[in-house]
Design a protein around this ligand. Structure first.
Ligand code: GDP
Ligand code: GDP
Length: 447
């Protein structure tokens, strides 16, 4: 079966070869180097979300100059005409040029779908400069910074949406996993962070779980027959090992079908007590229901940081409706504060890549260790600003553990809960712990 092809065209210096390398770099693996091609034809098999395609850079084929039409070789013409998607790269930092107009003139005559890629959109302002390219009559330009990788995942989402269907949605895991089964993590290492996928039934938890760990994985690590409540799957990711906890799988295994909703909730609650991060999956087509709210409140109360996954986003097409849902999430889930909200389609994989940097940050915070003198400085400042009163004092403090960050406070007498929360907030803000849970332990000096 021949692979669909994605061909990159554009005048010289717009960043075609940088984009080529970026796409190859963003995807999981370079699958194969296709031999037998001419030297100036750069092509590699790429893979995004299980959608394979041949990426072709026409870099050397399109010289600049006035009589561009004549210079377009048959080869490039054939490649572009047979392409499943053409990426027409323009330079957002330079703006529209005559050469761009000429390339567009030629591309408007071909049948393949064309995406205008407004490259060098390195920041928000440059991103807005892309609208100028609407004048090319080839649709809405997609901004990207090939050099820095900004929005590269979004561009790839757009590209695969235009590819002929390969049934790719279920074909490959989003995050590469190792072959060995147990992962590169060894017993005795620091336990990897646990990510629990929670939500009401049918919001798409298991679809998301499978996308994150790959179909086979959820079976290999099935702990069936044990008394364990959670089905844990260890996944080796580029950012280190992660344990995904599938609460949907637990529900499927229960025999109590009529009260499935209730039991899935109970089990989800147990899973989050153990988790370091909870992915709260919400069905965007239904909005935030009262059960979503209750679950979120409970997750929040457990001290677990939350990432809201607004799933089935591809079914919400109306921009007004989209805006409404986003507002609703912020309003009805106000207590989760600044929790990241990701709009995804677990079914197609679109947007799921955004989870990676979010998890990465949460994991980094989870492992962070603060030097003892800094902890004491912050505690001293906090006590000076607002003393506990009644002669109560923290004498000395240190971070005794990471994963999650745990601080030990040596006090002369027991501190009131409200004051503990105040100190926790001060530590959180001073060291930028974001939504990571932190624990405070108290030791009395006499101990
Ligand atoms: P090509 O001739 O179209 O293949 O262009 P290249 O990929 O060789 O890039 C031309 C120049 O633009 C190089 O100096 C790149 O480093 C630079 N470039 C490519 N992409 C970006 C980008 O996203 N932002 C910025 N600022 N520069 C870029
Ligand atoms: P769970 O009960 O929360 O584990 O939900 P499932 O993963 O079993 O999904 C419930 C239904 O929603 C299934 O029919 C899925 O195919 C469907 N589904 C899941 N994610 C998406 C999505 O992103 N878009 C669409 N359209 N359907 C989805």
């Amino acid at each position: 079966m021949s692979l669909p092809t994605v061909v990159i065209v554009g005048r010289p210096n717009v960043g075609k070869s940088t984009l080529f390398n970026r796409i190859i770099g963003e995807q999981a693996a370079i699958v194969e180097n296709h031999p037998g091609v001419t030297r100036d034809r750069k092509e590699l098999e790429a893979d995004w979300l299980g959608n394979h395609f041949l990426l072709v850079d026409t870099g050397g084929w399109l010289p600049g100059g006035s009589d561009l039409d004549e210079k377009v070789s048959r080869q490039v013409e054939a490649a572009v005409e047979q392409a499943d998607v053409v990426l027409f790269v323009v330079d957002a930092s330079v703006g529209l040029t005559d050469d761009d107009h000429q390339v567009a003139h030629w591309l408007r005559r071909i049948k393949s779908p064309v995406l205008i890629v407004a490259n060098k959109a390195d920041n928000d302002r440059r991103e807005n400069d892309r609208w100028e390219f609407m004048a090319l009559g080839l649709g809405e330009p997609v901004p990207v910074s090939a050099l820095h990788g900004r929005r590269a995942g979004d561009l790839l989402d757009e590209v695969v949406a235009l590819l002929p269907d390969q049934g790719g949605a279920d074909a490959e895991p989003d995050i590469p996993v190792d072959e060995a089964g147990a992962g590169l993590w060894n017993v005795g290492d620091t336990p990897p962070p646990r990510v629990a996928i929670v939500g009401r039934p049918n919001v798409g938890k298991s679809t998301l779980f499978n996308r994150l760990v790959g179909e086979d994985r959820s079976v290999v690590h099935d702990m069936a027959g044990t008394t364990r409540d959670a089905i844990d799957t260890l996944v080796e990711t580029p950012d280190g090992p992660i344990v995904y906890v599938d609460t949907a799988g637990m529900r499927r295994r229960s025999r109590i079908d009529d009260s499935a909703e209730y039991y899935s909730m109970v089990r989800a609650l147990r899973a989050i007590d153990d988790a370091d991060i909870a992915l709260l999956v919400i069905d965007a087509t239904e909005g935030v229901t009262s059960q979503d709210q209750r679950l979120a409140e409970r997750v929040d109360a457990s001290g677990c940081p939350i990432v809201v996954m607004l799933n089935k986003w591809e079914l919400v097409e109306d921009p007004e409706q989209r805006a409404e849902i986003e507002i609703e999430v912020r309003r009805k889930l106000y207590f989760v504060g600044d929790a990241p909200v990701l709009k995804i389609s677990a079914l197609t994989g679109k947007g799921v890549h955004k989870l990676r940097p979010v998890l990465q940050e949460a994991i980094e915070q989870y492992h962070r260790r603060v030097p003892t003198r800094d902890v004491n400085r912050v505690i001293a400042d906090a006590q000076q600003k607002q003393p506990a009163g009644h002669g109560l004092k923290v004498l000395y403090a240190l971070q005794g553990a990471t994963d999650p960050p745990t601080f030990t406070l040596f006090v002369n007498r027991e501190l009131p809960q409200t004051y503990m929360r105040y100190l926790e907030r001060m530590i959180r803000e001073a060291f930028n712990f974001g939504s990571t849970p932190i624990k405070l332990r108290v030791r009395k000096r006499s101990e």
